[in-house]
Structures are given as C-alpha cells and as structure tokens.
Design a protein. Sequence first.
Lengths: 300, 160, 336
Amino acid sequence: MSSVIETRGLGKRYGRAWALRDCSLAIPAGRVVALVGPNGAGKTTLLHLAVGLTEPSAGDIVVLGDIRPGRDKALTRIGFVAQDTPLYPTLSVADTMRLVSCLSARFDEAHARARLAAIDIPLSRKVGHLSGGQRSQVALAVALARHPELLILDEPVARLDPLARHEFMAALMTAVAEDGISVLLSSHVVSELERVCDHLVVLAEGRTQVIGDVEDLLASHRVLTGPVGQAEAVLGGAVVVSENRTERQATLLVRDADRITPLPSWQVQETNLEEIVLSYLRFPQASALPGPALNRAVSA
Amino acid sequence: MISTLVDVPRTACHSLTMKIDKGSSGSAIEFRLDGGSGVPTYLQLVHQVEHALRLGMLVPGDQLPKVKDVVAALAINPNTVLKAYRELEHKGLAVGRPGQGTFIDATLDVVPVREQQSLRRSLMRWLTTASDAGLDEHAIKALFTSALYDLSRQRGEAAS
Amino acid sequence: MTATTVAPGRWGLPRLGGLPWVTWRQHRLAIAGLAVVFGGVSIFLLFNGLAMHHAYVKTGLSSCGNPNGASCQIPLDIFSSKYENWAQLTPRFLAFLPIATGIFIGAPMVAREIETGTFRFAWTQGRNRVQWITVKMVLVGIVLVVMSLAFSAVFTWWFTPWDSLMGRMTSGQAYETEGIVFAARTTFALTLGALLGTLIRRTLPAMAATIAAWLAVVWPATVYLRPLIMKPIVVSASTQIDVSRTWTIDDWYQDRAGHRLKAYQMDQLVQQARQDGVRSRKDLAHWMTQRHYTERISYQPGNRFWHFQTVEASGYVVLTLLLAGATIWWLQHRTV
C-alpha cells in the first residue's frame, strides 16, 4: 500500500459554505505528514472525513488502500486524536484505557501502562484533573496502544507549553521509530514541523495549495535577492511563488530554483519550511501540486 | 560543510557543546540541535559526529546513539537520524551492523596543533589586510562564505 | 494482545468487556440513581404497606363484604382517614417516574457526547456509532424493564387493599403503576430521550424537550385513546354492579326515547326538580324516574385490566421500537 489516504475531488459543505473543496491528494505511507494551513482552512474537516466522523458532500476518499472511512476495518487500523484531546473528564486514566480496550479490536495495555509510567502519570487520577500536556500524553498513549497503521492527530500541540510540546513530539517520534507507523498531523504552527515531518500538505481556504516532500520543497525553493531591474532576467525557468519589491531591490521566493539564471549581483539563499509555507499562504494563486504523479496514485 | 570549518575555531575557544556520557544511553555522545542555524538537522548530526571524531572523543568501535534514543531526546523524525547515519556510512566514517546499531569505523585526520596554529596566523594576516582594505565584518564573512562555497564546488567537481 | 481479559474481577465475577462495559461505565451513575429512587420508594412502600395491610385487616374492612355496603362504612371511614391521602397522591406522583428515565439516561446518551465533543473519541476507537448506540439502548432498556417491572410488583403489593376497594382500572390511580404499562412507558421515555438528544444535540434542551414530548404523547393517550381500547359496557344505574371496582367513564340521563340529555336540558330539569322540592340525589333519581328518564352508566369492568394493560403497553413498546430505530438511523445518516 503506497498511500494511506487518497482523495479525489473531495469536498465538504456545511450549509452553504464549503469547508473543503476539490481536494485531491495522496498521503504516502510510512511518513510523518504535516497538514498545515490557517484556521478555517479545512484541516479538521479533512481529518474528520478520513476517520469517518463525517461524510463527503462531493468527491471521494479512501484510506489504507481501498477502504471507506468509518468502516470497522478502517476504524481498527487508524488511530485518531482529535483537537483538544477529547477524553471523558470524569474517567480515571485507568478507566480510559479500559474504555479504549473495550472499543478496540486490539489494545496493548502493558505498552500503554509502560508509556504512562515513564512520564509519571498516575493511573488513578481523573482525566479532568490532568494538565493539558498530561492529557495529550494519555490520548497519545491509548491511541498508540491500539497499534494502528496510521495515526491521525488534529493540532495535537496547539495548546501545550513548550516543554509539553517537546515531550509529546518525542513520544510520537519514538513510536514512529519503534513501530514504523504513518502519521498525519495538522498544525497551524509551521516552525516546529520542519524537524518532525518529511511530507507536507498545505491547505488554504478549503483547497490544497502545496503537496510534497519536505526535502524536495527545501531543495527546489530558493530566496533570490537583487536589483529590481533584473528580476525577470534572473528568473529564467523558475516560478515565482512570492515577491517583495521596493524601488531598488526585489526579494523573490522561487520554485524550481535549478532553472534560475545566475547573475552576479544576485544572492541565492536557501530557505526554511516556515518561509515557504507563509509565502504560499500569502499568495494564494501560487501552488506546488504534483501533477501526473498524483493522478496515477489516485486511480491505482 | 561550510559551517563545519567555521565551527572549529569557535569551539576551540568555547566550551564543548557535547556531553561525553557513556553511562545512560550507552553511547559516547549525545546530540543537540540548533534550531535557528538554518543548517539541516541531519547535517547537524553528521557534523557533531565528525567534530567528536576530530577531537578524539569518538574512536573506532564506539556505538552511535540508537535512533530511538536520539528521537526520544530531540523529538525529530527518525528518518532524519537514519539519513545522518547513512551519510556517515557514505563518508566511510561509520558502519551499520544489522540488529546492533551504527558504529564508528574510521578516524578523521586530526590536524596537528602546530599546523593549526600556523594556519591561524596566516588567517589573521589575511583578516588584517581585508580590514585595512575597508571591509567590515559582514563583508568579510560574505566574501569568505562565497569563496568557501566555490572551493567546495570545485572539490566536489574534482571528486566526481 | 486481546481486548478483554477473562481474569475475574473484584468479586470473582467474570469481567465485563466490550460495549457492555462501556455502557455500564458511562451510565452507571444514572442507573444507580434511578435504582436508589426505585429502591427508596420501595422501602417506603414496604413499611407503609405492612402497616396499611395490617390496618386493612384490623379495621375489619377485609371481611365486611361489599365496600359500598352499610357494614363496611365505619371500617372504611377509619381506614380511609389514615391511608386515603397516600392512596391518592402516591400513584399520581409515581406515574411520572418514567420521565426521569428519559431525562437522565435517554437525553444525555447522545446529546452529551456531541455537546462535549467526546464523540470524536468514542466513535473512532474501532466500534462504529451504530453498534455503540444499539448496545447502549438495548442493555439500558433491559435493565430499566427489569427495575420497573419489579417496582410495579412492589407497588401492586402495596396497593392491594385499595385494589379491593377501588379496583385497578381507574385512571390516575393504580392503573399507571401496576401491571406492565409502567415498564412500557419507561422504555418509551428512554428512547424518546435518546432520539431527541440525537436531534437536538444539547443535553439540557433535549431534557426539556423529552419532558414536553412525553407529556404530549402520554396525556392524550390516556385521556382519548385508552377508552377506545374496548367498548365500555353501558348499563342502567339501577343495575347492581359492583361499581366500586370498575372504571366509571361516564354517567348520564337519557329520555324515554333513548336520547342522552344535554347539559342545558339537565340544568333545566334539575331546576324544575328543585322547585318541586327535591333536595337529595336519591330524591332526584326518584323524581327523574317518575318522568321516565333513566340514568345510564358506562364503565370498564375490572376484569378487563390485563387486556387494557397489554394493549396499551404494546402501543408504547411499538413506539419504543420506532424511536430506537429512528435514533439509530439519524445517528448513522445525519449526525456529523
């Protein structure tokens, strides 16, 4: 199975407004995939469609090869941690584990207990009395104890302090290292994703804008700085994603940087993921979507 | 590659950024990340290993930290660590033994102290000349970086 | 690793697993609360009942024959003065107990999950929402049926003296709490709450809606539908029937031709009778008979109790099944 989630023209409408529109993508297996975009871009909608919490209004979506989301087969193989980690606040941690074990086909209780013991979370404490970071760890621990093939997380660290964020990500990455699970996590904070994710999907206003490997994106995008008069000349075959021009100077973020015409007065710099994402979000008409490759994946 | 050569003089003056801790993880070094440096994560790991080799803190036979441990400490993608270790293998510095881990396999030529001192003196002379010519710190850095880039490109072309 | 361990629990009972445990864990407080209410009332009925039964025998009411007869007057007065209030008020209050089920268990079942967002956790662990709600409604329904049937039995025992005196058929008295209608209304309330919770998606409004809907169904059903179950028997008032043990539906006068006298006609006649010097009901009856007006009574005899109970309970059971089905359908197809 080469992709864990495939969508074709997927759309979801609430009333008159389209939360997600014409979304076609293939999320590769065995990766840590980031789904980024501003609030209201449709990230939560897409994730909810993937776990069967809601039905598409248009297009279709399959998970783990060819299963429709929401089917038992999909539910047992996909783990999900929703936004703000909804757990039952009156249940103790131990009871929460029991609840998940009763609802899941497989539950590795020893695994979950070990994980929680390692971070000093008492099993008898009620979930409602835990801190935000501890709740996230509990949600992650029970999700991982189900040994899913794909773990989906909706803004898992949005409300966490830096230490809790680090501990959460460390726990998640350890699970990826140990079990090789695929991860899809959404976030509206990009800066910390660069060292965690190796594949990126950018959603803006309900549509996909960027899809690609983080490595490829970093390799193919460059920031050019130089005299504004030569801006067209230096471009060559590259595509401008975003630009900033003053009277004298132009700063361009370009794609397909290997096609630029090197000119002496121009500075070529590497960029980072946050700058790339922000540039695309600021210029919605730009996009970096895989073309024929995507269609091949979806129709397979 | 650029930042490695720049790093050396700096760490010669300041305290080491690595811990030698054979106890807890059973490995000789622990990695750290500099998030703001702009250097790709995997390269930072590679450089830190090379650094340790150069200073003699890592010797052939030492085991590099397990991927799981690096990931748990730094919260980075395991593929990044794998990529770093592959790069070290590609450079011939390390070798992976299936089921056991990745081990140091070679040494880096340690540049003798006398040669380092002589290089430092000629560098100071050049810096004085550049400064007298009117270049400020940033201009010097830019010139140096650009020349280093050209050098590594030449070396790279020569190698291939 | 398998989901459920077979190791015995705390008291050596087999450990509950799967959706049954989930149901228990989420609703145990509400079910326990209802058990406390049923149990508490039962204990009260037990103590009160023992005293009441004792008094029923001691005053001689149990052995004096027809309760309407002269020999029973004094025992009846003694007995009633002490226990009539209980007999009147308690059944009226208990008839509303089924609503509590709907409010406290049915309405929050789905509404709470959606309101607090925990459905995003509950429905993504491997069991889909249809299985989840079905098991919940079935298991909770069974527990409620058992509890309410047991309670009805306790009540029936308590009310035995009054059943002998008044019969079981009278609305608003024993009928709603004895027999099987009580249990049927309880399951009806449960599924009504569940459906309204699913539609309204907020717990408190769903609770309010459940009360309103329950009343809107039960009250008209009691007043308008129940009499239709079986045609009442119509006799003339002079017939010696044991009127006390029946449910008197109506009584009226009709003229010689058999037409029922209307209210204004009755008023006129009563005025006339007064002018003629009639003062008591007995005299009025005599005066009317002289003018060839006969008094008629329509009633449902007490031996029809179980027929009525069965028909009415079946109606509520059918409603229960329809509501449960609607809940499942709506949850699957419309709830996001």
